[in-house]
Design a protein around this ligand. Structure first.
Ligand SMILES: [Zn+2]
Length: 83
């Protein structure tokens, strides 16, 4: 039997320049990995708009180096999620 090659969790990379937002087709700024293994890419606008929901469903989040994601702030200040 061939062993299944499972990528390490830290394998996710920031969205490449040619990757586009799943919602509006703008340049992707944030990649999220879902619990089921799927991935979604969002532009800065949608990444911030959906930040609270993305935090709930993502097992991993990788932002582009030039993008400061609102979800990072929410993670550091969970109280913001309830407001
Ligand atoms: Zn978008």
């Amino acid at each position: 039997m061939t062993p299944t090659l499972t990528p390490p969790p830290e394998a996710a990379a920031p969205p490449a320049a040619e990757e586009r937002c799943d919602r509006c087709n703008a340049a992707g700024k944030l990649r999220i990995v879902l619990a089921g293994g799927g991935e979604l890419v969002f532009c800065g606008h949608h990444a911030n708009k959906y930040a609270p929901d993305l935090l709930k469903i993502a097992v991993e989040v990788v932002a582009a180096p030039d993008f400061s994601w609102r979800g990072t702030e929410l993670t550091d200040n969970p109280n913001l999620l309830t407001s």
